[in-house]
Design a protein around this ligand. Structure first.
Ligand code: 6GU
Length: 225
C-alpha cells in the first residue's frame, strides 16, 4: 500500500515515519509513505500557498492552485482509491475505518493548515473527510500521522505475530485483557495464577472475562456497537 501525504510542514511528521513499526513496514516493502511539501508545487515566486479569505474573515486560507498541481502530479503517476482531507469537521476516524483503508492500494492524505482550505478543493478533489476526534489541532499533520499509523500496522506482515494486531483493543469492540511479564512476583505483586497454569483453555477463558469486565467498567458504550 502507498500513502501520499501533502503538507506545508513535512518536518512535523517525517521523523514519525522513520521509527519503529512504520519504518519496518517500509523497509519490508509492505508500505510506502511519501510526504510532499505543498510549497514545491506552487508557481508563486514567493512560494506562497495561502491567501486572505474573501468576506473579510480572520486568518489565512490555503489556495487551490498548489493543491491542484500536487494532486494532479500524483494522479498522473497512479490511480488513487481515496483523496482524504483531514479536518475536525470530518467523519470520526475509528478502527473499522482503519481496517477499510488498509485494504486500499493508494491513498492521498491532504493536511490543512491556517484557517482552512478553499472550499472548492473539498468539493472537487476530496473523496473523504476525516477527523481524529472532537478537539482542534493546529493542522492536519498529526491526524495524518495517527491515521497512517493505525492503517499501516494492520497490513498483513507488518506486525510479525498477526494475532497481536487482531487481538488489539477495539478490533472486536472490546478492550484488551491485561498482560504481564517476568518476574511472576515483584514486591509481593503476583501475576494471576491462571497465566502460569499452562492450561490454554482456562487462559483463553480468563482473557475473555477480563476483556468483558474491563469494557463494561471503562467503555460500556463499546458494548452497544
Ligand atoms: Cl484532522 N485536523 C485538525 N486541525 N484538528 C483536528 C483534526 C484534524 N481532528 C481532530 N482535530
Amino acid at each position: 500500500m502507498r500513502i501520499d501525504i501533502i503538507t506545508v510542514y513535512p518536518e512535523m511528521i517525517e521523523g514519525f515515519f522513520n521509527c519503529s513499526i512504520l519504518k519496518r513496514a517500509q523497509d519490508k516493502g509492505l508500505a510506502e509513505i511519501h510526504i510532499h511539501n505543498l510549497r514545491d508545487y506552487t508557481l508563486d515566486k514567493y512560494r506562497r500557498v495561502d491567501d486572505y479569505p474573501f468576506g473579510g474573515f480572520a486568518g489565512m486560507v490555503m489556495k487551490i492552485e498548489p493543491v491542484e498541481r500536487c494532486i494532479n502530479a500524483l494522479k498522473a503517476e497512479r490511480d488513487y482509491d481515496e483523496v482524504i482531507f483531514v479536518t475536525p469537521d470530518g467523519e470520526q476516524f475509528c478502527q473499522s475505518m482503519a481496517n477499510d483503508l488498509s485494504l486500499k492500494q493508494n491513498i492521498i492524505i491532504l493536511c490543512g493548515h491556517f484557517k482552512g482550505i478553499d472550499y472548492r478543493i473539498r468539493e472537487h478533489f476530496i473523496t473523504k473527510e476525516v477527523s481524529i476526534g472532537d478537539y482542534v489541532l493546529t493542522g492536519g499533520e498529526l491526524a495524518a500521522a495517527v491515521m497512517s499509523d493505525a492503517i499501516v500496522r494492520i497490513i498483513p506482515g507488518v506486525i510479525s505475530d498477526e494475532q497481536s494486531a487482531l487481538s488489539d483493543s477495539f478490533q472486536d469492540n472490546l478492550l484488551a485483557a491485561p498482560v504481564y511479564t517476568r518476574p511472576s512476583e515483584y514486591n509481593g505483586w503476583k501475576v494471576p495464577d491462571v497465566l502460569l497454569s499452562g492450561n490454554e483453555a482456562k487462559i483463553k477463558e480468563w482473557e475473555m472475562e477480563q476483556s468483558l469486565e474491563r469494557t463494561k467498567r471503562l467503555r460500556p458504550d463499546l458494548l452497544n456497537k
